[in-house]
Design a protein around this ligand. Sequence first.
Ligand code: HEC
Length: 129
Amino acid sequence: MIIFNSNHICLSYSLNFLRGILKGLAAFYLAGLSMTAHADEGSDIYKKACAVCHAAGVPGIPDAPKLSTRTDPGFGENWNRRLFAGREALLRSVLDGKGAMPPKGGDASLSDRQTEAALDYMLMQMDKP
Ligand code: HEC
């Protein structure tokens, strides 16, 4: 199609140009968001699938070790023996379930990688002074 009106050509050209910039900006913005989402993923999954038992303990499940930092009283009693087994062993426990903890904390919708992200979030919290 040939457009004779030069104003129109000019306008549509600059609109396309703007669209291009906006697309670029959107991609940039989304990339930033997904990076933030990745960093927060473990924390979100922990809150959704693990905190119910590990934040304060559940009356029906008294032996869920409470998530705390390594300087908190009671930390060693809860975690030393478990941490000593190593991260891989802990991950196996969470993926397969252990004692009163169902596999993946009972959230079958979690992928193995998401479960691992939640475990790593817990380990990072523990390591805070
Ligand atoms: C229904 C309650 C419940 C939920 C939900 C739950 N846990 Fe547990 N968790 C437990 C209990 C109980 C234990 C202690 C198991 C034992 O040693 O008999 C445990 C133990 C653990 C351990 C130590 C494992 C070991 O080998 O000693 C880790 C790490 C852990 N949970 C991480 C998680 C993560 C990560 C999630 C979320 C994906 C989660 N838990 C969700 C109840 C729960």
